[in-house]
Design a protein. Structure first.
Length: 372
């Protein structure tokens, strides 16, 4: 069994993280609270723990060939953006934890997220069927050499999901404009964000946006402005090397692979995404953001969506040189239902950790409430 419990692992990881970059105490506190709210939130927030459990819970898949993978993949790690031609593109939109990892990591984690979402009621399909759909999409993507998801004449069902009423611009901008003013914006990042605007003379304000879960606690600055009749936004998010190589004691290596992942994948790039040293610079907009399950219409083909997620995962993995041949061979050798079994095992480990974390949070909350 893993020598650390979830509280110890979290404290150790955050201590390491705090030595790398400044952390925001209030945001970390919020993160800890949200981790206790649901297993899905816990899964999203604790990739460092997943990396600890993986070789112990899934020793055979852990020996599979490695690729440059997403790492903290889950069913809400997909979104849309506009390409240089203005076309709407769908795919993975977060590469904070990207690293060279055994390729099953992304598939199992995606399947576990669907399994947990089923428990919470945000997904209706059977967990086993979800695994089959993900694997079928992934296998097809690898065998066909991948293909980006352009939401135009193709992929109409994804376009309908992405452009539903719950992502309406008025609602989106109202939410962003409620965020408070950011403090201690580094002058260099202010310059970088300003240069990302369409005009240099625009007036703007910089907001502190609490977003995400895995990155909650890190510095994130959102520049908001009005330009020619509407709102625009640019964001800077601080990055660190992937928690995949964090072993509970130290971090091995310092390289950030975010840019490599988006450059190498079978992908239509977002021209508004760039890296400035260890900062991710990007445009925010209603159609350039992550898609949450509660944003999707109630009537949807979930298995078709999961199959597309599996295919898009293949698009990312194909960015590794020689991956197509190696992964095709390994997939053919895998026993039947291997993904179902691995997802069940990692799902159980995640739920156990979540229950332990929730119990500790309740104890802390009770202690605070009882103190004079």
């Amino acid at each position: 069994m893993n020598p650390m419990d979830i509280k110890q692992a979290t404290a150790a990881y955050e201590a390491w993280l705090g030595k790398k970059i400044p952390l925001i105490g209030a945001d970390l506190k919020l993160k800890h609270q949200r981790m206790a709210e649901s297993p899905f939130a816990f899964l999203r927030a604790t990739f460092y723990r997943w990396a600890q459990w993986w070789p112990e819970v899934c020793p055979e898949p852990a020996r599979a060939p490695s690729v440059l993978g997403v790492g903290d993949l889950h069913i809400e790690n997909f979104g849309t953006w506009r390409d240089a031609e203005g076309r709407l593109i769908w795919g993975v939109n977060d590469f904070d934890e990207v690293f060279s990892i055994p390729y099953p990591v992304d598939l199992v984690r995606l399947a576990v997220s669907a399994r947990i979402a089923k428990i919470e009621g945000s997904v209706a399909c059977d967990p086993g069927d979800a695994c089959d759909a993900i694997l079928a999409g992934y296998t097809e993507g690898i065998e066909k050499g991948g293909r980006p998801f352009v939401l135009a004449e193709h992929n109409c069902f994804l376009r309908e999901l992405a452009l539903n009423d719950l992502r309406a611009p008025a609602r989106y901008w109202d939410k962003l404009n409620q965020w408070p003013k950011a403090e201690k914006l580094p002058s260099e990042i202010k310059k970088v964000l300003s240069r990302a605007l369409p005009e240099s003379s625009l007036s703007f304000r910089v907001a502190h946006r609490q977003a995400g879960l895995g990155s909650l606690g890190r510095r994130r600055f959102t520049l908001l402005a009005e330009w020619r009749g509407g709102f625009i936004a640019r964001e800077a998010k601080e990055l660190v090397q992937s928690a995949w190589r964090w072993d509970g004691k130290k971090q091995i290596g310092t390289k950030i692979f975010y840019q490599a992942a988006i450059d190498r994948a079978v992908r239509v790039p977002d021209p508004m995404v760039s890296l400035h040293q260890h900062w991710l610079i990007r445009r925010l907009a209603p159609d350039c953001s992550r898609i949450e399950m509660n944003q999707l219409p109630g009537k949807r083909d979930e298995l078709k969506l999961l199959r597309a997620m599996g295919f898009e995962t293949a698009n990312i993995h194909l960015g590794t040189k020689g991956a197509a041949k190696i992964l095709t061979g390994d997939l053919r050798k895998r026993p039947s239902q291997w993904l179902r079994k691995a997802a069940e095992a990692m799902g159980q480990a995640t739920i156990r950790d979540w229950k332990q974390w929730r119990a500790k949070q309740y104890v802390l909350s009770f202690a605070r409430a009882s103190s004079p």
